[in-house]
Design a protein around this ligand. Sequence first.
Ligand code: NAP
Length: 246
Amino acid sequence: MDINNRTVLIVGGTSGIGLGLARRFADAGSTVIVGGRTTGQVDGFESVVIDVTDADSVTSARDEVLAAHPELDVLVTMAGVMLVEDLRDPAHFAQTQQTIDVNLLGTIRVIDAFTPQLMSRGAADVITVTSGIAFLPFPLMASYAASKAGVHAYTEALRAQLAGTGIDVTELVPPAVATAGQEKVNPAALPLEGFLDEVIALLSTDPTPHEVLVNGVLMHRWAEREGTYAELVERRSQSLSSLPGR
Ligand SMILES: NC(=O)c1ccc[n+]([C@@H]2O[C@H](COP(=O)([O-])OP(=O)(O)OC[C@H]3O[C@@H](n4cnc5c(N)ncnc54)[C@H](OP(=O)(O)O)[C@@H]3O)[C@@H](O)[C@H]2O)c1
């Protein structure tokens, strides 16, 4: 994928991995617009207010971005929430709804809003964002795992359906990265800049891999194939002791 001289919208680009990726695309010469619910803190980038759980917000953000940038040719669906849940307490369902609405339905809403314009360009990229947890559950974040496994499956179908339209579909699969509070709770979380170095190297290869897998996520992605799945899920289940009353 060419990362120079593109016009890129990163929905979920107001902080963390999305903002870091925005800087990398901008450093490579691309024009970048970042989107999120709160855009006030974003310095140095054009921004658009968008709430991916609200269809009207998605449509009006799309209209605003395309009016200013009809040449838009890269869409990144980075918006996501990572919520802890206690499945022994049915009240967790509020977290389930929010997680599925932002991570899975939000991804689909945003892609749907932009697909006609991207198809009309004849050459464009859509980058979805899943997680190592899509492939190896982290039991503390049950709906998160379900949402990201859903985005993975959807991405596979999207790629097949858009074949021949000129839109290439790539899935970014981060392992734990030191953003969004991960740096405080997970000593194994990758430093953001090192993670982005690997991501940019993989995105820049030709042809771009269908899945952008940095080294740190290979153990999650291929656990089932390597026969380590059960042992790793058991190890990751130890985190459940952090729930109240366990
Ligand atoms: N950090 C990790 O360890 C890790 C690992 C694997 C996958 N990921 C995935 O990577 C992506 C970025 O995560 P991050 O660590 O960079 O987290 P982050 O710093 O919390 O960033 C999340 C982004 O999503 C946006 N967002 C959240 N809810 C939204 C909504 N309803 N509408 C529009 N935008 C919304 C936020 O913007 P506003 O708050 O301005 O709305 C922010 O820009 C997520 O999809 C996450 O699941 C992260």
